[in-house]
Design a protein around this ligand. Structure first.
Ligand SMILES: Nc1ncnc2c1ncn2[C@@H]1O[C@H](COP(=O)(O)OP(=O)(O)OP(=O)(O)O)[C@@H](O)[C@H]1O
Ligand SMILES: CC(C)(CO)[C@@H](O)C(=O)NCCC(=O)O
Ligand SMILES: [K+]
Length: 259
């Protein structure tokens, strides 16, 4: 079985792929100092809680935080006796090579999103991924990742407002009915929710115009469902997109015989 690990700047997600479906999805916060033993204690406790018996033979990792990879490698080696495939490393092949400026290293989560979007929908796609950053990943007709947009994430924006302005409290994201807030919390919620709603639909429209061909829009990430599809222009919301991309990339390398 394959263990897919998607390590973001805020959270790290583990999913077990049995060849047909994900058996479980486990989430922890990202810390580069977490040891291989700590990962295993957490992982084995949770899978036994869910009654899963998983014979892990392969591990694939996407990490937007380079420092965590070392402990995850030790984790894979020590407990599953395997060398993980790390997306973005030269030895990890991609179904289609990205086309970006020389020297650019696209985030591995964006490469996974592109591989997943191409596998599920073919090319001419924009992925909107709501994580620490809100990123837009453009996938060309042939499946190549060709760039996109990186905007500050929603929770990051809320936190920055609270950190930077003495009178502004920490507020959780929610969808206010009205745009004109009548208390401080309502004003902040409106700024972030309706501000993002405009940012998303505006950027999708601009990307489509610049791209010049019809495109499908796939949204992913924890906060995607907060936005009405009609308001933003999402065609679908797929919460397992990045994980699916990791499975696709792993299969591609396995089939090529390099693993
Ligand atoms: N209504 C909500 N309000 C606040 N947070 C939410 C809400 N719904 C989901 N979340 C949070 O969204 C997060 C899931 O988002 P996702 O995994 O896509 O990105 P992330 O973990 O925040 O970022 P990254 O992948 O960059 O580490 C979870 O931490 C979850 O608690
Ligand atoms: C944009 C983030 C932070 C989103 O997780 C990640 O994909 C990343 O660190 N990217 C590197 C730069 C780039 O993608 O061009
Ligand atoms: K993510």
């Amino acid at each position: 079985m394959l263990l897919a690990i998607d390590c973001g700047n805020t959270n790290t997600v583990f999913s077990i792929w049995d060849g047909e479906k994900f058996l479980c999805t486990l989430r922890t916060s990202t810390h580069h100092s977490r040891t291989a033993d700590a990962y295993f204690t957490w992982f084995s406790t949770l899978i036994s809680h869910y009654g899963i018996t998983a014979d892990i033979t392969d591990v694939v990792i996407s990490s937007t935080v380079p420092r965590v990879v070392w402990n995850l490698r030790v984790f894979a080696d020590r407990f599953f006796d395997c060398r993980p495939l790390v997306v973005g490393k030269p030895e990890c092949m991609l179904p289609v090579m990205p086309r970006v400026d020389e020297g650019t290293r696209p985030g591995p989560d964006r490469l996974a999103n592109a591989a997943a979007a191409w596998d599920r929908h073919g090319g001419n796609i924009v992925v909107v991924d709501f994580g620490t950053a809100t990123n837009f990943d453009v996938v060309a007709e042939d499946g190549a990742y060709v760039g996109g947009v990186i905007a500050p994430g929603i929770n990051l924006s809320l936190e920055a407002l609270h950190q930077g302005a003495a009178a502004l409290p920490h507020v959780d994201i929610s969808r206010p009915e009205k745009v004109i807030g009548t208390d401080t919390v309502g004003c902040i919620q409106s700024g972030v929710f309706w501000g993002y709603s405009g940012l998303i639909s505006g950027l999708i429209e601009k990307i489509k115009t610049e791209y010049g061909q019809p495109m499908k829009v796939v949204a992913t990430g924890g906060l995607a469902p907060l936005f009405e599809q009609a308001e933003t222009g999402f065609d679908t919301i797929e919460d397992d997109l990045t994980m699916h991309g990791l499975v696709v990339i792993h299969k591609y390398n396995k089939d090529a015989g390099t693993l």
